[in-house]
Design a protein around this ligand. Structure first.
Ligand SMILES: NC(=O)c1ccc[n+]([C@@H]2O[C@H](COP(=O)([O-])OP(=O)(O)OC[C@H]3O[C@@H](n4cnc5c(N)ncnc54)[C@H](OP(=O)(O)O)[C@@H]3O)[C@@H](O)[C@H]2O)c1
Length: 414
């Protein structure tokens, strides 16, 4: 079968022939339709994860969507974390009990893009974070898949206000389009442009400049979105106008770096107007200043921080919490360590919690995947993603690793 193969740790994969999986007892063969390239895939293939160096060669892909026995299913794999092949191939062998049947109307590419990142956002918010209706949530990494999903899922869970922070202009735009009430840059470059700015970011926000011919895919229910010619955009919830042209493979998105900066604000005397499109400003190193920036965008103390970043953003976010507030960390995209100060923790009796999908029972995982797929099928949940043919997996892998993709890259295998 055709498959993506990791032959050397730390090097891009190659696409080639690989032995087809043999069906075993209590296992089913899945004809793979879609497999996302995720941070966990990149981490495992680097050979430096806490799972150890994987046996080579192997097929990466810790999750996918495909068909088995006439059903559309989502499935996990342990690829890169334990011996065995994963989802980035034409076929995968999966324990029958791990298959999660998807609801009618589920789009395999959209569900694959959401995948375990959306599961983590959902369970970290609702199960670990015990989000209650009426609470205010601060989502870090709001332009990533975890972040975009968390913004929408917090809203679905009844959050009163959802504020998001992101690093790049494209990430800020993705967070805005996911429906954040306010978006806050993490970088120094645009502090004066954004501090205290309440973006109140409905897709129809007239302050957002759309360049001519730009593909602006938007958040739930926006019927005003126009389709650009010749572009295939994969999108966000409820956008009824979005079509999926056959045969195209570049799904562009609200995170398209070609989108101009929203309403760049300047302070008096500041002649700098906007960062170059696509530039990633360095994340602020000033915890106190970043905390002030977060607080200015919130309407009072925050109840829950959803944190896939750690590092300085998490330390700053902790300072915005109310007494007894919770910070749930589920990733270290910014840093492995975090300068949390004792006085912030103890003066407010904060709860700092860790979360990993790996602790979910099979039943919890299946229920969470089913929920995510139902929200997706109903048009209430979506993240920005691109589609790449399996044959171009090596280039796609490199773009995902370099952070230059327009969102999650999903390999389309059939
Ligand atoms: N615990 C779990 O079970 C679980 C499950 C899924 C994911 N995760 C973890 O959660 C994290 C996010 O996953 P994801 O799927 O959302 O990944 P993703 O879609 O690739 O997004 C990563 C985000 O991190 C931001 N980022 C990267 N480097 C940064 C830095 N140095 N400073 C600040 N922001 C930075 C990026 O911001 P810009 O867009 O602004 O560049 C991007 O939005 C990863 O660490 C992943 O391993 C954990």
């Amino acid at each position: 079968m055709r498959a993506v193969r990791i032959e050397t740790c730390g090097r891009p994969p190659v696409v080639g022939e690989h032995p087809s999986p043999v069906p075993g007892a209590d296992r089913e063969l899945v004809r793979v339709v879609a497999a996302p390239i995720t941070p966990l895939d990149l981490l495992c293939a680097g050979g430096t994860s806490y799972f150890g160096t994987p046996a080579l060669p192997y097929v990466p892909g810790v999750q996918g969507v495909g068909t088995a026995g006439g059903r559309l299913v989502w499935f996990p794999t342990p690829a890169g974390m334990a011996p065995g092949d994963g989802s980035m191939a034409e076929l995968a062998s999966v324990p029958s009990e791990d298959l999660v049947e998807l609801p009618a109307g589920a789009d395999p590419l959209a569900v694959a893009a959401l995948g375990l990142s959306a599961v983590a956002a959902y369970m970290a918010l609702t199960w670990r974070g015990e989000l209650a209706a009426g609470e205010q949530v601060l989502v870090l990494g709001g332009g990533g898949v975890v972040g975009q999903a968390a913004i929408q899922l917090a809203r679905l869970a009844g959050a009163r206000r959802v504020v998001a922070a992101a690093r790049s202009s494209a990430g800020l735009e993705r967070a805005r389009l996911a429906g954040a009430d306010a978006v806050i840059p993490l970088g120094n470059a645009s502090v004066t442009e954004w501090a205290g700015t309440d973006a109140r970011t409905s897709p129809g926000d007239p302050s957002v400049t759309e360049p001519a011919g730009t593909d602006a895919r938007t958040s739930p229910g926006d019927a005003s979105v126009t389709e650009p010619t010749g572009t295939d955009a994969r999108t966000s919830p409820g956008d009824a106008s979005v079509t999926k042209p056959a045969g195209t493979d570049a799904r562009t998105s609200p995170g398209d770096p070609s989108v101009t900066e929203p309403d760049a604000r300047t302070s008096p005397g500041d002649t700098e107007v906007a960062a170059p499109a696509g530039a990633i400003p360095p994340v602020s190193t000033d915890v106190a200043e970043l905390a002030d920036r977060f607080s200015a965008a919130c309407d009072g103390p925050v109840d829950l921080v959803l944190d896939p970043l750690f590092g300085i953003p998490a330390a700053a976010a902790a300072r915005t919490l109310r007494k007894g507030g919770r910070l749930v960390n589920l990733g270290g995209s910014a840093s492995e360590t975090c300068p949390l100060d004792s006085s912030t923790l103890r003066s407010r009796s904060l709860r700092v919690l860790g979360y990993t999908n790996n602790e979910l029972t099979r039943e919890q995982l299946a229920r969470a995947v089913a929920f995510i797929a139902e929200q997706s099928a109903a048009g209430r949940l979506a993240v920005v993603y691109e589609v790449s043919p399996l044959a171009e997996a090596a280039a796609a892998w490199q773009r995902q690793a370099a952070g230059t993709a327009r969102g999650r890259i999903v390999l389309h295998t059939s």
